[in-house]
Design a protein around this ligand. Structure first.
Ligand code: ADP
Length: 483
């Protein structure tokens, strides 16, 4: 089976979030299941710099303003099409904005171009390559499906994955004239969205099927509270809506081989984690008193519920826990965490910044990881926590609800508990969960059972890739039955 993936990010070449991990890991997992996935990615400087030989497979004398080409490339087992369009993508800064974090004003043009090219390839523009199905990721790739629908590849099955509904790619109606779509596309049933043009909306409308990254989030986005204005449309498409949880790279995240750890370990040698805990205590300047060491590894934002945690920090300390926070984000939250670490010296420590190595060490040494998100499409840090015996303590929402089994009495006696859940968006509920953690941690046999149970959970890509294949097959059979 030949599948074209269209994605604005791809690990390890370019990453700002979980989408990159999915787009990078899925093709490798699919390969073992007989699916050949090629990924179309924008030629940002970090991408084009990775390849020396560039043989164009497709040329555009003019693509949204200037000439562009597509070349085929291979990186770490990934087959790529790179959209080389310097006027759109060759810029200093991030994939979506300048170094100061301001969105590029022509993002609509940049990602309409990506979509146009994706649709052209789907329609057979590259000699010798014709995908049987197109899989697009998030609003940046969503226009692929709109261009397919109004173009040559209208009969090619398509799928859009929503990694976070909060990002929608909404633009002024005035851009429509430059998109090159037929006039009828500017309608409720096409790309029109609240009087403007909505890229994600257009993709959700045009896709044969929609997936998001957990079954619970797939249900949540059908409600006004989580639907971000798109719940009406998503409900209309409910019959074609699926939730498939992300996997993680179990080679990169393996406590038995992880080079970022002070000491490697397995479920059989959990005591060795003490060496990692000591390293975390030293790094965060924390007391060494054996009390439960909680951690947070997160963007510091409203979505992640960090303000809720900040509001009960004094009580968390009073409950007998210590806390190590690694994160960056809202200046107010960064300041509040630094202030708390000064106020509770030895009990709370904060490192502001992004530090991949330290994040591994924390998973390998802390007792539990707190994830108080208000919403969480899938979440990765709880999956790393499971794999590392760093017990996840999570808000019961989205992928967090789907991947962690609460240590209630029934689950504990059945031997299936892997963590703790609490009601989202509530400081009281979070504090109650922390108290449960402190209590459970004081019972070493119970605690290590929860750790080991978590370490047994299958968090690999294999299972999820199988679900994508199942869905691809279903869509292909629909095409056959339609023709
Ligand atoms: P989101 O994509 O919404 O930020 P996820 O839990 O899906 O949340 O993924 C976050 C990823 O970023 C994880 O791999 C996590 O370990 C990593 N991460 C977040 N903040 C930091 C940080 N300050 N330092 C290192 N890694 C971080």
């Amino acid at each position: 089976m030949n599948v074209l993936s269209v994605t604005p990010e791809l690990f390890p070449l370019v990453k700002t979030g979980g989408l990159a991990d999915v787009a990078g890991a899925l093709p490798l997992a699919l390969k073992e299941k007989g699916v050949a996935m090629r990924s179309l990615v924008p030629g940002y400087p970090v991408v084009t710099a990775a390849f020396r030989k560039k043989k164009a497979v497709l040329q555009y004398p003019k693509l949204f303003g200037a000439k562009a080409s597509v070349y085929a490339a291979e990186a770490g087992g990934l087959d790529l099409f790179v959209l080389d369009a310097p006027h759109l993508f060759d810029r200093v800064g991030g994939p979506y904005g300048d170094a100061g974090g301001r969105d590029w004003p022509d993002n609509w043009r940049r990602f309409a171009a990506l979509g146009q090219v994706g649709a052209d390839i789907a329609g057979g523009a590259v000699a010798g390559y014709l995908p049987e199905l197109v899989h697009a990721h998030d609003w940046q790739a969503a226009m692929t499906l709109a261009y397919m629908r109004y173009g040559k590849a209208v009969a090619t099955p398509s799928l859009i994955t929503v990694h976070n509904l909060a990002f929608q790619g909404q633009f002024a109606a005035s851009i429509f004239a430059e998109l090159g779509l037929p006039a009828e596309a500017m309608s409720l049933d096409g790309v029109e969205y609240y009087g403007g043009v909505g890229f994600l909306k257009a993709g959700l409308q045009a896709a044969w099927a929609i997936t998001t990254v957990s079954p619970t989030y797939a249900q949540e986005i059908r409600t006004p509270a989580f639907g971000m204005g798109l719940d009406g449309l998503i409900n209309m498409r409910a019959a074609d809506l699926y939730g498939i949880v992300n996997g993680i790279d179990v080679e990169l995240w393996n406590p038995a081989t992880d080079g970022h750890l002070a000491a490697t370990y397995s479920a059989k040698t959990l005591k060795v984690r003490a060496a990692n805990r000591a390293a975390v205590e030293a790094r965060f300047d924390l007391d060494r008193d054996g009390s439960p060491l909680l951690c947070v590894i997160s963007r510091l934002t409203w979505q992640k519920g960090i303000d809720i945690l900040v509001s009960i920090l004094d009580q968390v300390v009073a409950a007998g826990a210590r806390l190590a926070v690694l994160g960056a984000g809202d200046a107010g939250l960064e300041g509040a965490l630094l202030a708390a670490s000064a106020r509770h010296h030895g009990r709370v420590g904060a490192v502001i910044g992004y530090d991949e190595a330290l994040s591994h060490l924390m998973q390998g040494g802390c007792d539990a990881i707190l994830i108080p998100s208000r919403f969480e499409p899938c979440g990765l840090t709880q999956l790393y926590g499971l794999r590392y015996g760093c017990v996840p303590v999570v808000a019961r929402t989205g992928g967090l609800a789907d991947t962690v089994i609460d240590a209630n009495e029934a689950a504990v006696s059945a031997g299936v508990a892997t963590g703790f859940q609490f009601a989202p968006d509530s400081g009281d509920a979070l504090l109650h969960a922390v108290r449960r953690v402190v209590e459970a941690h004081a019972a070493p046999a119970l605690w290590s059972t929860i750790q080991r149970q978590g370490m047994k959970a299958d968090v690999s890509w294999d299972r999820s890739a199988g679900k994508y294949v199942e869905l691809y097959r279903r869509l292909l059979s629909r095409r056959v039955s339609q023709s």
